[in-house]
Ligand binder design. Structure first.
Ligand code: BDR
Ligand code: CA
Length: 330
């Protein structure tokens, strides 16, 4: 089977880190580059977090580029309350312990380069605000035709929002970028709160991580401490939703989800619902020319998604890291 190439872009908080570890453990998948973006923490800290997580996964050759420090058209807002001051719930190593530096180009440029180097082959998996993807599409509109799929964690269709009554954090943190990415013309799949609030990491899953001596499981447990406590406070049960790992898993195994396909945009003007995902489910309305219908996840095989992640973290599934990766793999 030919190798599957992916470019990851995220705001490297706790669940982004778990998503990265899940992809890294996937046989037959190569991460050609990682970009960071504002959101859960600052873009530079997010890049440092991604470097640390790649180190845990044994992928020290994968380039990490720092991305946009702020959204396109609103002030930056970071989510330290959810992901801790360092974005990783206190699990980020101190600067002195880091031996790798981010790449010398912005994340949007790295993304364009990766797509141009591997035309038609790089799936983009975005787990943060979409600022870098929007900038890349503006920088080089030709890449839109060279990307087989963009899978985005963001938005919500019918589930309650998490930063507002109808809004999800990644879209709300840069609505203009999200709207641009949804309407750019490349095939987009949106994995929002409708499914990611169902792929809950439960107590027995946490116990499985605790019982494992694998480095990724130990790292995950440390990072999850603060996150799990926050969700216990919100929902009264120990565990947490796996937003970003779910999007990453559905990018690799779309058959684990069910979807509706419809024209979709993002609300930009309302003072109460700015950043809301707008899906036009009227059957008689076609997508406008140049902007194909968006595939929106509405169902998910929770046990398969969570089970695969636990396997990846506990070392029962080994991928790219265990095979070694050439430096500058991009
Ligand atoms: C999304 O927002 C961030 O806090 C998480 O990392 C995830 O990507 C969930 O709404
Ligand atoms: Ca994220």
């Amino acid at each position: 089977m030919p190798e599957r190439l992916v470019v990851l872009d995220g705001d490297y908080g706790v669940d982004d880190a778990l998503a990265l570890l899940g992809v890294a453990a996937e046989a037959g998948v190569r991460i050609v580059g990682v970009g960071s973006v504002h959101g859960n923490t600052g873009a530079l800290q997010a890049a440092r977090n991604a470097l640390s997580v790649l180190g845990v996964a044994g992928l020290d050759g994968v380039p990490v580029a720092v991305g946009a420090a702020r959204p396109l058209a609103q002030p930056v807002e970071l989510s330290a309350e959810v992901h801790g001051d360092d974005g990783l719930g206190g699990a980020a190593p101190p600067p002195s312990a880091r031996d790798r530096e981010p790449a010398g180009v912005p994340a949007a440029v790295q993304l364009v380069d990766a797509v141009r180097r591997h035309p038609g082959a790089c799936t983009l998996i975005a787990t943060g605000p979409l600022t870098n993807l929007a900038l890349a599409a503006l920088l080089d509109p030709g890449i839109v035709e060279l990307v087989p799929e963009v899978v985005v964690m963001g938005g919500t269709l019918d589930a309650p929002g998490n930063v507002g009554s109808h809004t999800e954090a990644n879209f709300a943190h840069d609505p203009e970028a999200a709207d641009l990415v949804l309407s750019a013309g490349w095939p987009v799949s949106v994995v929002g709160l409708d499914v990611t609030m169902r792929t809950w990491l439960e107590e027995p899953d946490l116990d499985a991580l605790g019982a494992s001596g694998a480095p990724a499981a130990r790292f995950a447990l440390t990072a999850l401490g603060h996150y799990v406590e926050l969700y216990r406070g919100r929902f009264g049960r120990r565990g947490c939703p796996l937003h970003d790992p779910t999007a990453a898993r559905l990018a690799l195994q779309p058959e684990l989800g069910s979807y509706v396909e419809a024209p979709a945009r993002v609300e930009l003007r309302s003072p109460t619902t700015r950043g809301m995902l707008l899906v036009d489910r009227r059957p008689f309305v076609a997508a406008p020319p140049g902007a194909p219908a968006v595939r929106v996840a509405v169902g998910v095989d929770r046990d398969a998604v969570v089970g695969r992640l636990v396997e990846a973290l506990t070392g029962r599934r080994q991928g790219q890291g265990s095979r070694g990766t050439p430096a500058g793999a991009c």
